[in-house]
Design a binder for this molecule. Structure first.
Ligand SMILES: CC(C)(COP(=O)(O)OP(=O)(O)OC[C@H]1O[C@@H](n2cnc3c(N)ncnc32)[C@H](O)[C@@H]1OP(=O)(O)O)[C@@H](O)C(=O)NCCC(=O)NCCS
Length: 104
């Protein structure tokens, strides 16, 4: 619901996208772990960062932790966020990213 592409993603299309992405020299797809447990992901496309926290792990400060880490490693990236995605706007601003609000 928070992605720019609102269409249902076909599984084979998704796997094809992932295969092509992983074949790049720098796929820039990351899994964030806490206590060796994968809890969130982020990816970087040029200046843009996209992220998601596993639904059962939300509201525990994980995005804040992760985005602070991303900022310190990759610098001030841009987050394009829907106007009603208040948690995302908060964490991206707190981490010091450029936040671009997209109309819902
Ligand atoms: C957005 C997202 C990454 C936040 O992850 P998270 O680990 O739950 O975030 P955190 O717990 O670090 O912080 C969330 C902040 O939003 C606040 N918050 C949560 N729900 C809220 C709501 N409905 N209204 C206002 N604030 C809210 C929390 O209180 C917290 O702020 P605080 O640190 O000032 O207390 C997560 O909800 C997610 O994966 N959403 C789906 C994917 C997505 O939207 N990705 C971003 C696309 S741009």
């Amino acid at each position: 619901m928070m992605s720019k592409n609102k269409d249902t993603v076909d599984w084979n299309d998704h796997v094809g996208w992932l295969d092509r992405r992983l074949a790049l020299a720098d796929p820039n797809l990351f899994i964030f772990e806490l206590d060796e447990k994968p809890v969130a992901t982020f990816r970087i496309d040029g200046e843009d960062v996209s992220y998601t926290v596993a639904p059962e792990q939300r509201n525990r400060g994980i995005a804040k932790l992760m985005l602070n880490e991303v900022r310190s490693r990759f610098g001030r990236l841009r987050a394009q966020v829907y106007a009603d995605n208040v948690p995302s706007i908060k964490v991206a601003q707190t981490a010091g990213f450029e936040v671009v609000i997209i109309d819902v």
